[in-house]
Structure formats: structure tokens, C-alpha cells
Design a binder for this molecule. Structure first.
Ligand SMILES: [Cu+2]
Length: 214
């Protein structure tokens, strides 16, 4: 027991020290009219270089009520995604995006497999059966990211002190926002404000269930 404690204690101490010095970024994203932008991604890439995910933890992008949930996901390069279908009808999930092209043919229930996203970039998801279904996965080579809520706020937590390149992204952006360089002091709560030129989300016709064959 004593020897096991001796092994555990230094690890715990290292964790406590890291948590105490970690910094955060409090981001606010607005459109040109000053309205908060939801479903934007804010991410900070360490100046030391890109970082791939080391754990095999999978993320879900589900299908429910004939929509993808969530509409926008952000994951670290190297992360696997499962696509559970919670609807009673079949879906057929695909992507033609250069960052990851794949398809999972007609299925219901559990995801027939997981897809590993090994390149950074934007992945647009569609369903072969239901034309209106669309969703996005932004793959970033950093563990430090967050998606904005309805108030346009995103909080990036537990960043080690140091230099970062900070970016914001939205699937409807007309132009990519310029990245900014930040240097985070230990324990800093760094504010970051973004204005993104976002096109309004196009309404897509979703037929009522009783008109559907599938
Ligand atoms: Cu579908």
C-alpha cells in the first residue's frame, strides 16, 4: 500500500499544480449586427505545434427526429466519432469532405462502426435518404476548444500558460476570421471577442413524417 501511494502521490501533486496554474479563455462571438452567434467554434492551438488526441474516447453525432445532433461538433485530430441512429427509420450518413470522406450505409440503432478523423479541417455530414439533414464536424489539432452557446459565449478551460494561436469558425461564415496570437499567463482569464460575418442558416424543407416512405 505504502509503495502504491508513493507512486500515486507525485502524479496527484503534478495534477494539482497544473490545475492551479491553468488559464482560461472567455470568448464572445457576435455577427456584424452585434447579435450573439451560437454554434461557432473557438479554438487555441499551442505555438509549440499541433497536438493529436492520445485517448481513444469516442464522440457521438446522433440522428434524432431526422436531424443530426449536434449540428456543430468540434473534435481533436485523432478522435473517433460514432453515429448512433435514435430514429425508427434508417439513415445513411456520408461525407465527401477532403478532411474525411466516408459513408455508413443504411442502418438503424447503434453506429455500425466508428470513424476516426485523422486530418484537421471541416467535415460536412449529409444523409442519402433525407436531403435536409446536414451537420458539421470541425477537426482541430488541439485539445483546447469550445462551441458557443445561444449567448455566443464559449469558455476554453485548463490551458497551460504559454503562447497560442486563437481562431473562431462558424459553418455559415462568409470569410474566415483572422487568427490572433495570445500569450496566456498562469491563472489568466483571457477575454477574446470575435465578429464573424455569418450568412443566415438556409431553411431546408423537411416533409412531415406522414408523407415519408422512409
Ligand atoms: Cu436520414
Amino acid at each position: 500500500m505504502a509503495s502504491r501511494l508513493a507512486v500515486l502521490l507525485p502524479a496527484c501533486a503534478a495534477f494539482v499544480v497544473r490545475a492551479a496554474v491553468a488559464a482560461s479563455i472567455e470568448a464572445q462571438v457576435q455577427d456584424a449586427a452585434g447579435k450573439p452567434v451560437a454554434d461557432a467554434v473557438v479554438y487555441a492551438t499551442p505555438a509549440s505545434g499541433p497536438q493529436e488526441a492520445r485517448t481513444a474516447k469516442a464522440v457521438d453525432v446522433a440522428q434524432a427526429d431526422r436531424e443530426f445532433v449536434p449540428y456543430v461538433s468540434v473534435i481533436q485530430t485523432g478522435t473517433s466519432v460514432a453515429f448512433p441512429n435514435r430514429d425508427p427509420m434508417q439513415h445513411h450518413v456520408y461525407s465527401f469532405s477532403p478532411a474525411k470522406s466516408f459513408e455508413i450505409k443504411l442502418y438503424t440503432g447503434r453506429s455500425p462502426g466508428e470513424v476516426r478523423f485523422d486530418k484537421p479541417g471541416v467535415v460536412t455530414l449529409g444523409c442519402n435518404i433525407h436531403d435536409w439533414m446536414i451537420a458539421y464536424i470541425l477537426v482541430v489539432s488541439t485539445p483546447y476548444f469550445a462551441r458557443t452557446d445561444e449567448q455566443g459565449r464559449a469558455q476554453l478551460r485548463d490551458l497551460p500558460a504559454g503562447a497560442y494561436e486563437l481562431r473562431a469558425w462558424h459553418p455559415g461564415q462568409r470569410k474566415a476570421a483572422a487568427p490572433s496570437a495570445v500569450v496566456l499567463e498562469a491563472q489568466a482569464h483571457q477575454p477574446a471577442a470575435y465578429v464573424i460575418d455569418v450568412a443566415p442558416r438556409k431553411p431546408r424543407y423537411k416533409p412531415p413524417l406522414d408523407r415519408l416512405k422512409y
